[in-house]
Design a protein around this ligand. Structure first.
Ligand SMILES: NC(=O)c1ccc[n+]([C@@H]2O[C@H](COP(=O)([O-])OP(=O)(O)OC[C@H]3O[C@@H](n4cnc5c(N)ncnc54)[C@H](OP(=O)(O)O)[C@@H]3O)[C@@H](O)[C@H]2O)c1
Length: 293
């Protein structure tokens, strides 16, 4: 079985992990740093982010080329996404679109999007598009998007992207995770051999996303005891991000092993429509993909 011991030497590589201050993102950042990558950890809260960076630095002493840095990124605000991208101007080998919210009450982002869709999908769509020129400077860079098997329950109604006609926490979450799947697979189709885009399902993992507010208190407490550790939950992301010889377009689940996306995640017409809608909503266009080198 593939383990973190199988992560190859990442010296000279630069990785950016969103939502790296806790859970699966923190474990992902830590193991990338341990194998020598320079890791940009993003967090929406400076204090939580700094605490996480110090944890990684304590576990993985910095060395030549091995650096861990904090950048502030609030995916619920496109101005924050643009600010991060504007302040970043070096080649990027790996982008891990990990951050997420789950099963939250109805909220809207700073730009007025339903929050689970806005944070989990649109924020990462915009971030990836804005960082794309830097990713394309590396061959082959990888984009790993953290989805969930909940995507199989998702449904995208293009006439109601704001979920105005009835909001359910699970419906909103599964829709956002279906959007993650459609995005990652369409990105691979559009990029061809210019980058690798993979999508992962961590499997049920004990993180702060499993909180009493999302489930009933007893269920959340029970789940915390039975779920796997963030380190195990990060294995699919780490495999997709680093295993040599993997193909783009794969969906990697716990194990890690390759899974088959639900049929609705493989619908190329829906993927194209979602892509176009996401470009309209965010104002971010993947122009670098239009031009063949
Ligand atoms: N845990 C599971 O069982 C499970 C299963 C399937 C999929 N996943 C997926 O795994 C990914 C990681 O989640 P996790 O389980 O590790 O949960 P987590 O510990 O709650 O981590 C989520 C991360 O996302 C960040 N985040 C939330 N809203 C954000 C925003 N507006 N802008 C920037 N960052 C934001 C959080 O920051 P704060 O600390 O500031 O909130 C946190 O760093 C998510 O995409 C989730 O959907 C998890």
């Amino acid at each position: 079985m593939w383990t973190t011991d199988d992560i190859p030497d990442l010296s000279g590589k630069t990785a950016l992990v969103t939502g790296a201050n806790s859970g699966i993102g923190l474990a992902t950042a830590l193991h990338l740093a341990r194998r020598g990558a320079r890791v940009i950890m993003t967090a929406r809260d400076r204090v939580r982010g700094q605490v996480a960076v110090e944890r990684v630095k304590a576990a993985v002493p910095e060395g030549p080329g091995r650096k861990v840095e904090l950048r502030i990124l609030d995916l619920a605000d496109l101005a924050s996404v643009r600010a991060l991208a504007d302040g970043f101007d070096e080649p990027l080998d790996l982008l891990v679109n990990n951050a997420g919210v789950a099963l939250i009450p109805r909220q809207t982002t700073a730009d007025g999007f339903e929050s689970q869709f806005g944070v989990n999908h649109l924020g990462h769509f915009a971030l990836t598009g804005l960082l794309l020129p830097l990713l394309l400077e590396r061959r082959p860079a990888r984009v790993v998007t953290v989805s969930s098997d909940a995507h199989a329950m998702g449904r995208i109604d293009f006439d109601d992207l704001g979920l105005e006609n009835g909001y359910g926490r699970l419906g909103g979450y599964s829709r956002s995770k279906l959007a993650n799947m459609l995005f990652a697979l369409e990105l691979q189709r559009l990029a061809g051999d210019r980058l690798l885009s993979l999508v992962v399902h961590p499997g049920p993992t004990a993180t702060s996303i499993i909180r009493p507010g999302a489930f009933t208190r007893p269920l959340a407490a029970f789940m915390r005891l039975t779920l796997k550790s963030p380190e195990k939950g990060a294995l699919p992301s780490l495999y997709a991000a680093t295993a040599p010889g993997v193909s783009g377009g794969l969906y990697v689940g716990p194990g890690p092993r390759v899974l088959t996306p639900a049929a609705r995640a493989r619908d190329e017409d829906v993927a194209r429509r979602l892509w176009n809608a996401s470009e309209e909503l965010t104002g971010v266009r993947f122009t670098a993909l239009a031009a063949r080198p």
